[in-house]
Design a protein around this ligand. Structure first.
Ligand SMILES: *[C@@H]1O[C@H](CO)[C@@H](O)[C@H](O)[C@H]1NC(C)=O
Ligand SMILES: *[C@@H]1O[C@H](CO)[C@@H](O)[C@H](O)[C@H]1NC(C)=O
Ligand SMILES: *[C@@H]1O[C@H](CO)[C@@H](O)[C@H](O)[C@H]1NC(C)=O
Ligand SMILES: *[C@@H]1O[C@H](CO)[C@@H](O)[C@H](O)[C@H]1NC(C)=O
Length: 406
């Protein structure tokens, strides 16, 4: 707050973007890991424009780890790997901006990042200034090691980069990747625009790595290999923290990576959107199946994600059955009242799901008036009733209802 006041009094722009709705974009990591380069970024930007992603609202192209040389230059600045980025990052940012999109980059709050490329610890101001001079619009900031263990808490190391970004006076969206270890939902709103609430996702709908913990607060060290269903499970404790300017990030999506059925990909997208996670595509957008493109660009789902109220859906225990059905609900924008309800079958057999509307907390704000109901994925109207009966919900499928005051 002290920093904020000082900056405002001086009449300068804040570096922090403070996104009113969750950011939307693409990141290289899930599909390409360290194999990033200039043509991949250019081809992705082209596919964004050609395949309808830009039109749907996706605008950030994010280069994840692997862009750097293994050492800093003699003057201490970061250098892009010249074999991967022959024209340099500034020229690439220029190209991406001319295509109507924004460019993001990756660094780390340690001495090294997770692949032993240089981190920004101790170089925060130099790196932030360099990113700003290149025309960078977004920084993902990771939490790998090499720093003097236990001498500085993550919150302190991440704050140092926030100060450095603010000093650049460029709007650089600051996305923390602290893996949820120190419960960033309690402090990240003071520092960043979004924060990862868990260890890494991996390409599986329901299968976790053995060490993964399934709730938001468990203190074990298993930090990667989280399935889509477990990421959703962890949000039961966190959905109430979601608010404009500080988004819990459920990690890059696995839609389009050929590991899920169509209904599982719909479920993945439904929850990332309704839980107000940043929507960062983690697949090859130039080659992914059209069915995945259609899911990622579904206008009704994106309207739920980008709804101006910025309130995430909450888990409804009374309507859910552990390991079989989960029902979540939450309000959409005020004015004309709207509300969304998600019903997921994660049991073993096709099932019907009944939603007595009086049992959905908050829904009466819409249903005590004249209203309509629509199911998003089938794009069909559902007739209003005191109990909405969803028939034939497939294994892994989520039905998304939108209730709207007429
Ligand atoms: C760029 O990266 C992509 C994805 O990893 C790879 O398929 C392609 O061969 C690379 N191109 C160059 C010129 O290195
Ligand atoms: C994409 O299409 C291929 C070829 O038809 C198919 O094998 C694959 O399962 C599809 N992937 C998804 C995610 O639908
Ligand atoms: C689903 O199948 C698994 C494996 O066969 C079993 O352990 C589990 O109890 C089943 N769940 C339900 C809800 O029937
Ligand atoms: C409401 O649901 C009941 C029971 O499923 C059904 O008999 C009735 O026709 C429904 N009413 C409307 C208006 O759809």
């Amino acid at each position: 707050m002290w920093q904020l006041t000082l900056v405002l009094c001086a009449g300068m722009a804040l570096a922090v973007v403070n996104p009113k709705t969750p950011q939307m974009g693409w990141s290289s990591w899930n599909a390409f890991q360290y194999d990033v380069n200039q043509s991949l970024v250019e081809n992705t930007a082209t596919a964004f424009n050609d395949r309808g992603f830009s039109k749907a609202g996706y605008n950030y192209i994010l280069i994840d780890a692997g862009w750097q040389s293994l050492t800093r230059a003699a003057d201490g600045y970061q250098q892009a790997d010249p074999a991967k980025f022959p024209d340099g990052i500034a020229a690439l940012a220029d190209t991406v901006h001319k295509m109507g999109l924004k460019l993001g980059i990756y660094s780390d709050a340690g001495i090294y990042d997770c692949g032993f490329y240089p981190g920004s610890f101790g170089y925060e101001e130099m790196d932030a200034a360099q990113f700003a001079s290149w025309g960078i619009d977004y920084l993902k900031y990771d939490n790998c090691g090499g720093f003097a263990g236990n001498t500085q808490a993550p919150a302190e190391r991440f704050l140092a980069m926030d100060y450095a970004l603010q000093k650049t006076e460029r709007d650089i969206l600051y996305a923390l990747c602290e893996w949820g270890h120190q419960f960033p939902w309690f402090w990240a709103d003071q520092i960043s625009d979004s924060y990862r609430m868990s260890g890494d996702i991996h390409a599986s709908f329901a299968g976790d790595d053995a060490s993964v913990c399934t709730t938001a607060y468990c203190l074990n060290t298993g930090y990667a290999g989280v399935s889509v269903l477990t990421m959703i499970r962890k949000m039961r404790e966190l959905s109430g923290f979601q608010k404009p300017g500080s988004w819990a990030d459920m990690d890059m999506m696995e839609i389009g990576n050929d590991v899920m059925t169509e209904v599982e990909e719909q479920t993945h997208f439904s929850f990332w959107a309704a839980l107000k996670s940043p929507l960062i595509i983690g697949a090859n957008v130039a080659t992914m199946n059209q069915s995945s493109v259609d899911i990622l660009t579904n206008a009704d789902m994106i309207a739920i994600s980008q709804d101006e109220l910025g309130t995430a859906v909450s888990y409804i225990p009374d309507l859910s059955v552990e390991d079989q059905i989960q029902v979540w609900g939450g309000p959409l924008s005020s004015g004309k009242q709207r509300f969304t309800v998600l019903a997921l079958n994660y049991g073993n057999a096709t099932t019907d799901i009944s939603i007595p509307i009086a049992s959905v907390p908050g829904l009466s704000s819409v249903t005590n008036k004249k209203y309509t109901v629509k199911e998003v994925w089938s794009n069909k109207a559902v007739s209003p009733n005191s109990t909405i009966k969803l028939t034939g919900v497939e294994v892994g499928q989520t039905k998304v209802l939108v209730f709207s005051e007429e």
